[in-house]
Ligand binder design. Sequence first.
Ligand SMILES: Cc1cc2nc3c(=O)[nH]c(=O)nc-3n(C[C@H](O)[C@H](O)[C@H](O)COP(=O)(O)O)c2cc1C
Length: 376
Amino acid sequence: MERVQCKSRRIIEERITLSRREYGAKSSSRPTEKHPITVTITNNSASPWATSIEQIAELYKSEYTGAVTTRTSLLEGFAEDPSVHQYIYHNGASAATNTAINTDPKDPSTSGASTLNTLGYSPFTLSEYLGHINEIVGQRHLGTSITTTKKPFILSVTGTADEIAMAYALIANAAEMDEDLRLCMEVNLSCPNIHGLPPPAYDPTQLAEYLEAISDSKATYRGRMTTPDSVPRVGIKLPPYTYTTQFETVVAKLLAAKSSEPGEGSTIDFVTCTNTLGSSLILNDDLKPAVNSEAGTGIGGLAGAALHPLALGNVATIRRLLDQHEDTKNILVIGVGGVEDHAGVQRMQSVGAGAVGCASALGRFGVNVFKIMSGA
Ligand SMILES: Cc1cc2nc3c(=O)[nH]c(=O)nc-3n(C[C@H](O)[C@H](O)[C@H](O)COP(=O)(O)O)c2cc1C
């Protein structure tokens, strides 16, 4: 019986030919018995820089991305309003009063390496993203090949537990129709910016409800796939946690969410650590909030360099706790938070990340950041 260990990793290892070149001899990942992965991959993390079909196609074409993550979508789309849904680059303490909102730095060397955002979700629906992916991958079938490798797409989704079950059905349906597609679903349980809706991953009862819905949906659609590799893998995107009980609770819930497949452990194939740190505020030089927000406070999610130590600590702790149980030790951890270069990738790897992603640095450096992260 194929082990869960290989499930999420194997889908990723299909892409490893490129990554071997990226990391090859320089790889600092830990080739231990528990973590047989000897190379790792980089991918973008969900963000506005993965919203449009053009952005997604560019990420897909890059030889330095091991997977492409879409911006978080809802079944019905999200009403984005740039007057309240905003992001800004800053230096970790404050932002110059004239710093442009919702604008990428023209010169990465002079921009701050941290971000604050009050964005919600993508205006595009999940179905639209599946259409975009079909269009991008379809070029390969038409012979105008972008790439012949089966680079996975990680579809970031959110909604109620029932909506997540429906999202999995849509993704599984797309995977069933094209056996060359490698689709994963990342359930964003950690956006800090939706007024009145705290991130479900901070609430153990809600987390368990989501995991149950995911488990049921996976069990329903699994049998329809033509090959085991086509089965869409599922991950959850976690918020930054700050004390041990929070990590222990998440791991307990992952343990309880058993796969319906005999011999497999948790129904969850990967966890992405971490999302932005909510309740953060950046002021301009004039002591006014640097961005607006739904609540009008300018309080939002912190990311980039300022988040890096917390993200590293989260990856290290979650990896250590997952390793303590047979049923969770094979869950892949995608390390995200403040990574912008090869040294950052190596730090994430050294604490147990099997893959490493970035968002703020993508907006700052463009897709070239994945070459920088590779150390090439
Ligand atoms: C402007 C912005 C928008 C983001 N939007 C999303 C999103 O839609 N879904 C999501 O799961 N994470 C979102 N994130 C979080 C990132 O995916 C990532 O987890 C976080 O920013 C930490 O990575 P970084 O330090 O490399 O930016 C967003 C981050 C930024 C900066």
